[in-house]
Design a protein around this ligand. Structure first.
Ligand SMILES: Nc1nc2c(ncn2[C@@H]2O[C@H](COP(=O)(O)OP(=O)(O)OP(=O)(O)O)[C@@H](O)[C@H]2O)c(=O)[nH]1
Length: 927
């Protein structure tokens, strides 16, 4: 089909094929009648009407007046005849059909692209929201920009266009926009380094995630505004923690989602808005009126337009001409009268020039010109014309003009031929050019210029600097006109709907009731032929402008409306793809690191656990055995000492019976001292043993803990402390008389010598013999037999007295031998009664155990700490492993999905012309 139809201007009213004498191939359907619209064309139009494509846009005014909404059926393929028999139709009818058909195809193509982009936007929003979720659980790494990019950032016009359109954002992004290719891996703050040094550092930093060697690539949409005075981006990125950057990214994602949704709304809005802007008094209102061929908007030499006036086709308002002045801070809804006040067209001047109640108004007017000529009533799409306040009227209004950029499809910039581009004009075009590669420039007031060639040259030079693409197509996009030379009939005094009102003037220069100039038409009346010729020239220039503008608006609508979405999506998906690639790699690196770390930690952890329990066991056993050994040793030594203490040389001299008691006391103390000494000696042994064991534990600790080991100070001398007379106080046994008589030992001796237990009996019989010693008893028995019984009876009493004397003498004599034994026995039984040996053995062994537990506990704590720290590292590594594994999968998917999505967006061809629709600027990309 596209090959069948010539690529000429089919909408703008100029049939190049005819002009060239070639006959275009006709579609294969019959056309009947010779009216302005053929029946088949009408049928086609009707079907299109049903589809809602040309909703409210047809010339017969019978179409629906509702807002144009997208109908899914539009994208369905349907039969379109490839050629049409010529029949007997007039060339005018054929031309009309061809135009309509071309429009139809154009519209279909437009709708296909629009649906593809809307779907891509929905997909991109889902991707962004998923990324937001992931960014929440796994803070995304953000590659910071390279130094070279900062350095090379252009101070002039950026190379990469973007479509972030709110004013604040526009400015930020503009100033941050990268200039071109950057040297990879050269980070901020490293400008003085050699590139290899910089590269090494960047590579080293890469695993940390914030800076990667791929940082040469730039973000355009998801760029974070990391700016702090005196700090480079890289420094800021390093100084901020990953979570802070992730939260900045989260904010940026939110902005992007919002912008994408706005773009979707915009592409789904089938109408097109044309913003007419320019400097104060440049003739914007006059130009709009000239386009409408009606003096609708107020013109004045004084600055007059203070609010936005949107001129729409009255069919969108039920065919009624009126003004809806929209209340400030209210969203306009035609069906909600509380959102606006209704005025007549005559009131417009008052509303526009002086008001603080409204900031925009909707002007519904009828345009009765044919669809070939009218811009509003063009037969293809609903167009509205927005007359904006002068850019330099005040800063607030300029901001407002910027803010409206998002809903604008085409910008017509009116510049005064006399004043050229002012600063505010340049600033506006500069910024608008990011989103709209082409700007339609109207150089107005050309009639005022004497040296027209010079004016053209100068203006075009400025355009070349401001918008090179527009300059390239300047024959189509830059027009030198005199808007006031176009006849614009004034409003009828009786109101907009009264007879003699709008319409009917056509395109003739002098057909309007007001003459060629809307203001002082009388001045022009009666001018000579030369003057008339000039007016005709002006009109032709203006008609040429109109043709170009129609073409620009209608044919390039696809670009102007869809290109921002396509550009934004492409940039956003590129950013997403880049971010996903970086994060996939970072996640992979983290995963590898976690694996490596786990491979290292796991055996160390197990080893540490084993070593810890082994060392603890060894030390516990050591303490147990040291304690037991101490107990055994102490008990043995004390028992022996107590048992044998009487046998020792106590060093106390016996000085006689008179001092026997003192002697006994001294002996007692000496005995106790000996026992105490033995105890102290046991303690000393225990101390020595403890010192050795502490050293052993410290050696084990050092071996296990290495540098972590902190030796505790150990003061062995404070282990045991006693009061000297402690035992004497404990064993308080008073010396008794019986302590001096050691009957037990006497008895023992007798038994030893005579082998009988009758020692005392013998002593009583032969008392005298006792003096001589125990051996004498036997002799005495023998003597008794010799002497006879009677003699013995007489000797008994004196004998007994003598024996007693001898016994006493013997006892007194044996005190130094018997007293220590007797006292030691008593001490021993007292000590036994108080469980002295066990208690002290236990005390000393416990002390050993307690003292040894201090370094043992130190070792245990150190081991536990080292096991725990390994375990913490292990748990952390496991967590990182799990999280980065999930992140890697997610980002790998995102890499794929963003790439696929980007490719499908790139495949949306906004450049190619629809079949049969020619255009002047097909060659270059839109943005
Ligand atoms: N000589 C000449 N005068 C013009 C032309 N176009 C507009 N004017 C005059 O310039 C003055 C300003 O025109 P407007 O259309 O009100 O200008 P504007 O840009 O809409 O003004 P504001 O909305 O207030 O910024 C009026 O007196 C117009 O008659 C032109 O092409 N040639």
């Amino acid at each position: 089909m596209s090959e069948d139809l010539p690529r000429d201007d089919l909408v703008g009213g100029t049939n190049n094929s005819e002009r060239d004498g070639k006959r275009p191939l006709k579609p294969q359907y019959m056309t009947v009648g010779s009216g302005s619209t053929s029946a088949s064309a009408a049928a086609l139009m009707a079907s299109l009407d049903n589809d809602g494509v040309y909703d409210g846009s047809m010339s017969n005014g019978s179409s629906s007046t509702g807002s144009s909404r997208w109908n899914p059926r539009l994208t369905q393929d349907r039969y379109t005849p490839s050629s049409t028999p010529l029949g007997e139709q007039s060339s005018a009818t054929a031309e009309s059909e061809r135009r309509i058909l071309a429009s139809h195809i154009h519209q279909l193509q437009y709708n296909q692209n629009r649906v593809a982009l809307a779907r891509a936007i929905t997909g991109a929003v889902t991707l962004l929201k998923d990324l937001q979720q992931m960014n929440f659980t796994w803070p995304a790494h953000y590659p910071s920009i390279s130094e070279s990019s900062e350095q090379s950032r252009p101070t002039s016009r950026p190379g990469l266009a973007h479509t972030q359109s709110s004013i604040g954002e526009t400015k930020n992004i503009d100033s941050d926009r990268p200039g071109g290719l950057r040297r990879a891996a050269t980070q901020l703050g490293e400008i003085a380094e050699s590139s290899s040094a910089a590269h090494k550092r960047a590579e080293k930093a890469a695993p940390e995630g914030l800076i990667t060697s791929k940082a040469s690539q730039e973000f355009s949409i998801l760029k974070l505004d990391l700016k702090l005075q005196g700090l480079t981006q890289s420094e800021i990125a390093h100084s901020m923690d990953r979570k802070a950057i992730a939260s900045l990214l989260d904010g940026r994602i939110n902005q992007s989602v919002r912008h994408l949704l706005l773009l979707r709304d915009r592409i789904e809005d089938t109408s097109s808005k044309v913003l007419v802007t320019g400097d104060l008094n440049a003739g914007k209102s006059t130009f709009c009126n000239a386009l409408l061929r009606r003096k609708v908007l107020p013109e004045d030499q004084q600055p007059c337009t203070s609010i936005f006036c949107e001129v729409l086709d009255a069919r969108e308002n039920g065919g009624i001409e009126e003004v809806h002045a929209v209340h400030k801070d209210v969203v306009y809804n035609r069906h909600d009268e509380s959102s606006y006040d209704v005025y007549t067209l005559q009131d417009l001047e008052k509303i526009v020039t002086d008001n603080d109640k409204y900031n925009q108004c909707k002007v519904y007017i009828k345009d009765a010109r044919s669809i070939d000529q009218s811009l509003l009533n063009n037969g293809v799409v609903d167009i509205s014309l927005i007359d904006a306040p002068g850019l330099n009227s005040d800063s607030l209004q300029t901001t407002a003009v910027f803010a409206r950029q998002e809903e604008i499809d085409v910008v017509v910039f009116v510049v005064s031929a006399a004043n050229h581009f002012t600063l505010s004009a340049k600033e506006f075009i500069w910024n608008a050019a990011h989103e709209k590669a082409y700007i339609f420039i109207v150089v107005n007031g050309y009639d005022n210029i004497r040296d027209k060639d010079r004016c053209q040259r100068m203006i075009l030079e400025q355009v070349a600097n401001l918008s090179p693409r527009t300059f390239k197509e300047s024959s189509e996009l830059v027009h030198f006109v005199s808007s006031n030379a176009i006849p614009t009939p004034g409003l009828p005094p009786g109101g907009p709907n009264s007879p003699g009102g709008p319409g009917g003037s056509g395109s003739g220069a002098h057909s309007g009731s007001d003459g060629p100039s809307g203001h002082d038409d009388n001045e022009n009346k009666g001018k000579n032929d030369k003057g008339k010729g000039k007016d005709k020239e002006k009109l032709q220039d203006f008609e040429h402008l109109e043709t170009s503008l129609r073409r620009f608006v209608l044919e390039k609508r696809a670009r102007s409306k869809l290109a921002p979405a396509k550009t934004y999506l492409t940039n956003m998906l590129s950013d997403l793809h880049y971010l996903a690639t970086v994060n996939r790699d970072v996640a992979q690196a983290e995963l590898d690191r976690a694996h490596e770390e786990l491979n290292e930690i796991e055996p160390a952890y197990e080893q540490s656990k084993k070593a810890s329990s082994e060392a603890t066991d060894i030390v516990d056993k050591m303490i147990e055995s040291a304690s037991a050994e101490t107990y055994r040793h102490t008990r043995g030594k004390l028992t022996t000492t107590i048992d044998q203490v009487a046998e020792q040389d106590l060093g106390i001299e016996y000085v006689g019976l008179l001092n026997a008691f003192q002697y006994a006391e001294d002996i007692k103390l000496a005995l106790l001292n000996k026992i105490s000494e033995a105890l102290v000696s046991c303690e000393e042994d225990a101390r020595q043993q403890t010192v050795q064991n502490v050293q052993k534990i410290n050696t084990i600790s050092k071996n296990h803990l290495g540098d972590e080991f902190e030796e505790l100070s150990f003061k062995s001398d404070v282990m045991f402390s006693h009061k000297k007379d402690q035992l004497a106080r404990q064993v308080d046994i008073p010396v008794e008389v019986w302590d001096f008589f050691d009957f037990t030992s006497l008895w023992d001796r007798q038994e030893k010598i005579a082998g009988t237990g009758m020692a005392l009996t013998v002593a009583s019989v032969v008392g005298g013999r006792l003096v001589g010693g125990v051996g004498w008893v036997d002799s005495a028995v023998g003597i008794a037999r010799v002497i006879g019984a009677n003699n013995l009876k007489q000797m008994i009493i004196p004998g007994l007295i003598f024996s007693a004397f001898l016994s006493t003498a013997y006892v007194v004599y044996s005190i130094p031998y018997s007293l220590p034994r007797r006292l030691s026995q008593r001490i021993s039984s007292t000590l036994f009664a108080i469980d002295y040996v066990h208690k002290n053995s236990y005390r000393i062994s416990q002390k050993v155990s307690i003292v040894l537990r201090v370094p043992a506990n130190n070792l245990r704590l150190g081991l536990r700490h080292s096991v725990e720290s390994l375990n913490t590292r292990r748990t952390e590594a496991l967590k990182v492993k799990d999280e980065s594994s999930v992140a890697r999968k997610y980002f790998a998917n995102l890499v794929r999905e963003s790439n696929e999505s980007k490719r499908s967006v790139e495949a949306v061809d906004l450049e190619g012309a629809a079949p049969g629709v020619g255009g002047a600027y097909e060659s270059g990309p839109m943005i």
